[in-house]
Design a protein around this ligand. Structure first.
Ligand SMILES: [Zn+2]
Length: 105
């Protein structure tokens, strides 16, 4: 058993520790980055509570947004309203989750 959850990136299909990925959710059919990002999705936003989540590397996100991978990951039509904001958010969430490891509170 791995000590940490492993998720498969919807972009490159590589299985990685969830901490290296950001979690995308689409609660109302609009894609956004789950609040805590990498492996630490807030309870109310955790995949499974409100439908499926899609895990992706920050560097794979751009390709995922332009390809059809998101629709397949969520198994329905999803809308990307602001691609740039989503990319920025993904990188921010990922960077912060790495920094937060020594500062968990
Ligand atoms: Zn990837």
């Amino acid at each position: 058993m791995p000590r940490f959850p492993v998720r498969t990136c919807v972009g490159c299909r590589t299985a990685c520790p969830a901490a290296e990925l950001v979690c995308l959710i689409a609660p109302e059919g609009r894609v956004r980055v789950a609040q805590r990002g990498a492996g630490q999705a807030a309870v109310d936003e955790a995949p499974g509570k409100r439908g499926r989540g899609a895990w992706v590397h920050p560097h794979c996100l751009a390709a995922v947004l332009t390809g059809g991978a998101l629709g397949r990951a969520f198994r329905r039509q999803v809308e990307v309203s602001d691609r740039e904001a989503l990319l920025a958010r993904a990188h921010f969430a990922h960077g912060r989750s790495s920094d937060a490891q020594g500062d968990a509170r």
